[in-house]
Design a protein around this ligand. Structure first.
Ligand code: OOG
Ligand code: NI
Length: 450
């Protein structure tokens, strides 16, 4: 048996593929969605053969094939802290802080994901991970019941805990240990059709907020969706009904553009699934759904502020019910957001990766960042959008609500509390902007060497 340690990237790649297999078996519509996305992307790449720069074509296409994100909802600080250690084995770090309480969802969240360029290119698998905020439930009895139930559950197998420790001590896992890790870790994310409460408790929690029932009543934090990445979300939204899948009414996020920005998302409604309760009663629970996303340029804080401002203005001036009117409405609202690479860069609205044009060289006396604009003008240096790898809180709230119903009443919309989230997590979350800035900076260094 080999003692050679394999890379965390390799473990993540195996895990994300195993997770996708499991979810295809659990939720067959997800398999259909994968098929639609695959065909749509292939057709798009045929029509737009220059989507990727030539030297990265093979890796970028591979990335697109394996790319997906998932989401889980945890119940306690201890679960979140161990989850952080589990994801660390796969080279995934907590990036960003998302406050969903503003939208009436009693959770706050982070995204576990790879952070460096090579790891992202190999497999950018991410998991949007939410922690229930019991302190936002304004019924003391229900809060105590929920806390008691959560405290007695164990969502990690003893073996996965051993393997996490093994990886921490040895600095990684061997190929066999990694296989063991993947199958043990997967158990935490699988679906349980047997609840850990009786029907009455389930109904009481459900009546308060669907999300609370979903987190508290089950033996584990079932993966609630997996999301492949498409290059043409408008097309997928249009054809989903042809495959018997009913999409959510509108695509969340920015409008369709020449230079896509951030993230556009749509989902299909959660399945109604049969549950057996501890008193042998049966019932239905809706939690698991499917989603697709299209990703674009990562925005700077300045670009993001403009995005937030335009989105807010758009929602203040009315919300369309059907997607076509919503898209027209949001397109009009975003008319002032520059839509070509040059303007986005000149106004410092987005992050870009700079490269020397293949075959070009910079005369030695010109190798200085001071000459960047001239070199771009002379097409010696080119630049491409850096892809947004994170999430959007308003869109996330829209996704939550389309599956939970928008019952906001029972939860006091609390304040963001990043400090409490980080205390539970056991470390600080990484600021997403710093990661994009570092990728941009590294690309400049590779040209100018300083
Ligand atoms: C997570 C919803 C957020 C996204 O893509 O914005 C999300 C959840 O429903 O648990 O996955
Ligand atoms: Ni999602």
């Amino acid at each position: 048996m080999s003692n050679v340690l394999i890379s965390p990237d390799e473990i993540r790649d195996r895990f994300s593929k195993a997770m996708s297999q499991m979810y295809q078996q659990e939720v067959p519509q997800y398999g259909t969605l994968l098929q639609i996305v695959k065909e749509t992307n292939a057709a798009y790449l045929n029509r737009h053969p220059n989507t990727f720069t030539a030297d990265l074509e093979v890796s970028e296409r591979n990335r697109l094939d394996v790319e997906r994100h998932g989401a889980i909802r945890l119940g306690t600080a201890a679960e979140l802290a161990t989850m952080k250690d589990l994801f660390a084995v796969m080279g995934m770090s907590p990036v960003g802080y998302y406050d969903l309480s503003a939208a009436g969802v009693p959770v706050h969240s982070t995204a576990f994901r790879p952070v460096d360029e090579a790891s992202l290119l190999l497999n950018p698998f991410r998991v949007f991970t939410s922690l229930l905020r019991l302190e936002l439930i304004d019924n003391a009895d229900l809060r105590d019941t929920a806390r008691r139930i959560l405290e007695q559950r164990e969502i990690f197998s003893p073996r996965v805990r051993e393997l996490i420790e093994q990886a921490q001590q040895a600095g990684g896992l061997t190929t066999n240990q990694a296989d063991d890790f993947v199958s043990e870790a997967l158990k935490t994310f699988r679906w349980h059709s047997e609840a850990q409460v009786n029907l009455e408790t389930y109904n009481a929690l459900l009546a308060h907020h669907r999300l609370i029932a979903d987190v508290v009543c089950f033996k584990g934090p079932h993966i609630n969706h997996l999301t492949p990445r498409t290059l043409d979300i408008d097309h997928v939204q249009r054809i989903m009904p042809d495959y018997g899948i009913t999409p959510k009414e509108v695509i969340e996020g920015p409008p369709r553009r020449q230079v896509p920005i951030l993230l556009r998302q749509t989902s299909f409604k959660a399945l109604s699934e049969q549950i057996r309760f501890t008193d042998d009663e049966t019932g239905k629970h809706t939690a698991r759904f499917g989603e697709i996303e299209q990703r674009g340029l990562a925005l700077t804080p300045k670009g993001r502020a403009l995005y937030d401002q335009l989105l807010l203005a758009a929602s203040a001036s009315g919300n369309a019910q059907d997607n076509d009117s919503h898209q027209r409405h949001i397109e009009a609202a975003f008319a002032d957001f520059p839509d070509d690479k040059e303007a986005l860069r000149a106004k410092q609205l987005g992050y870009f990766r700079y490269r020397l044009t293949p075959g070009a060289t910079i005369p030695e006396h010109n190798v200085s960042r001071d000459n960047l604009e001239d070199l771009i003008h002379a097409r010696v240096v080119t630049f491409e959008p850096i892809v947004y790898e994170d999430f959007l809180p308003v869109s996330a709230a829209g996704i939550f609500q389309s599956n939970l119903g928008s019952d906001k009443g029972a939860v006091s919309s609390g304040n963001p509390n990043q400090a409490a989230f980080e205390a539970a997590l056991g470390r600080a979350v990484i600021n997403e902007f710093s990661l994009y800035a570092a990728i941009e900076e590294a690309s400049l260094q590779s040209i100018f060497g300083d």
